[in-house]
Unconditional design. Structure first.
Length: 198
């Protein structure tokens, strides 16, 4: 019988890569590309929104309902569609939380040491005796280290960004626009458009 073993080394490498990517500019330890993948579902969200809009439009046109009474299904669909598409990304939250905590601890220590060396050199006019971190404790390295620490502090726990959320929200809301225009009097639509233009 053949011995079949599962190699968990890629998982360990994954966490190591996240730890080294904690200063990645996508503020998700290099996992920002996952957010882009969710945009691919916007046509499905749009199609679902079209179904909801058709049902709402039918209810308004043939059953005498008002737009105000049909707001709940439209808003609920938009919110639920976004939640269902964000939910799979919650799988990486524990790993990102662990990575962020570790990075805050390590970078915080590094920043504190570097700030002490900077203070010794430039404020107290003493030359540091031990080996220097990140080159000389000058203003440029202090700024670079501060920028890296700021990126770590702003790192999110869910790899989703605002453009993706906006894309999904628009995909859910766009099919509702004809229904809103259908029940809104023409003079009010013209007034709103003129107000937006000028």
């Amino acid at each position: 019988m053949e011995d079949v073993s599962v190699d968990f080394l890629p998982v360990a490498r994954f966490e190591d890569k996240l730890a080294s990517g904690c200063t990645h500019t996508n503020l998700a330890a290099g996992l920002g590309f996952l957010s882009e993948g969710q945009k691919a579902f916007s046509p499905i969200v749009f199609a679902g929104g079209a179904v909801i809009a058709a049902q709402v439009g039918n209810t308004i046109a043939y059953q005498g309902a008002t737009l105000a009474s049909q707001k709940l299904p439209m808003i609920a669909y938009g919110v639920l569609a976004i939640i269902f598409l964000i939910a799979p990304l919650l799988v990486v939250v524990p790993v990102l939380l662990k990575t962020k905590r570790k990075a805050l601890r390590e970078y915080g220590t590094l920043v504190a040491i570097h700030n002490q060396l900077f203070d010794q050199k430039w404020i107290q006019n003493k030359e540091p005796s031990d080996e220097l971190i990140l080159g000389n404790p000058d203003a440029s390295s202090l700024s670079d280290l501060g920028s890296s620490f700021a990126v770590v502090r702003r790192m999110g726990l869910v790899p989703i960004d605002k453009p993706t959320l906006i894309t999904l929200a628009l995909a859910a809301a766009l099919p509702m626009a004809p229904v809103v225009l259908y029940v809104t009097p023409a003079d009010e639509v013209i007034r709103v458009v003129l107000k937006m233009l000028g």
